[in-house]
Design a protein around this ligand. Structure first.
Ligand SMILES: CC(C)(COP(=O)(O)OP(=O)(O)OC[C@H]1O[C@@H](n2cnc3c(N)ncnc32)[C@H](O)[C@@H]1OP(=O)(O)O)[C@@H](O)C(=O)NCCC(=O)NCCS
Length: 217
């Protein structure tokens, strides 16, 4: 394991902690992820699928899957987040983030998290690593076209300091200027959230569990 920004190498990994304390490994997407990605996209709720792919209806085509997994990790960078199952026997992909260099130093960015893993910080850790990977590749701005009713992603972008550059009514284009302070902001936000949730669990949830187990004795 290392803590360097993603350099494009297949063995790169970093481990982060979600806001509920679950460790998550961030690693490159490879062609071997094709069938897991097919299953992951098929399992998305209609709303999540629409928010991520806008036009996509039904299962993803073979062409789309090829495009999503055959990435050069230079102009098209894709990373995934995976967690270990409770029995420690298998791993499960829970999110993917990517960017595609458009022109000069601008890249289109996208992120998707499995519906049952929302609000645990998966997008935050993925985007933080995507930002670091973009910075070392000379990207200066991320662009993202977001459905106007995608409140979750709009909140994330607002919190990261992204600016709206186009408003077409049903879709809004955001741009985020990259610099190390943005990456730091993502980590700070996550760290603060994780610490406050961990403190809540220690203060409230653990005593409740202890009390419940005393009652059951
Ligand atoms: C948008 C998306 C990627 C967010 O993923 P996530 O892992 O749930 O996001 P995080 O847990 O890192 O949330 C970070 C912060 O964003 C905000 N946020 C996320 N989801 C939110 C929601 N449903 N409502 C309000 N705020 C939300 C919160 O401020 C949250 O921090 P908090 O939980 O500490 O309050 C996820 O909802 C998703 O996959 N949606 C479908 C695909 C999509 O819309 N992709 C974006 C377009 S490319």
């Amino acid at each position: 394991m290392n803590d360097r920004p993603f350099d494009g190498g297949p063995s790169w990994r970093v481990v982060r902690t979600l806001t509920d304390g679950t460790p998550v490994t961030i690693r490159p997407i490879t062609p071997e992820d094709r069938e897991d990605l097919r299953a992951g996209i098929a399992a998305l709720s209609p709303a999540s699928r629409y928010f991520r792919f806008l036009q996509l209806q039904g299962p993803p085509s073979d062409e789309l899957l090829d495009y999503l997994v055959h990435v050069d990790q230079k102009t098209h960078v894709a990373i995934g987040a995976e967690i270990v199952s409770p029995d420690l026997k298998t791993t499960r992909g829970v999110g993917v983030a990517r960017f595609i260099r458009l022109e000069d130093n601008i890249a289109e960015a996208a992120v998707t998290v499995a519906d049952d893993m929302h609000r645990r910080g998966v997008a935050t850790v993925l985007l933080a690593e995507l930002l670091r990977a973009a910075e070392v590749r000379g990207i200066e701005r991320f662009r993202a076209e977001i459905a106007a009713d995608n409140a979750s992603m709009r909140t994330i972008l607002d919190r990261a300091g992204a600016k709206q550059v186009e408003d077409l009514g049903s879709a809004i284009t955001y741009e985020l200027a990259l610099n190390p302070s943005h990456t730091a902001t993502f980590y700070e936000v996550l760290k603060d959230a994780a610490e406050s949730k961990a403190a809540w669990i220690t203060r409230h949830a653990l005593p409740m569990v202890a009390q419940a187990s005393r009652l059951l004795r």
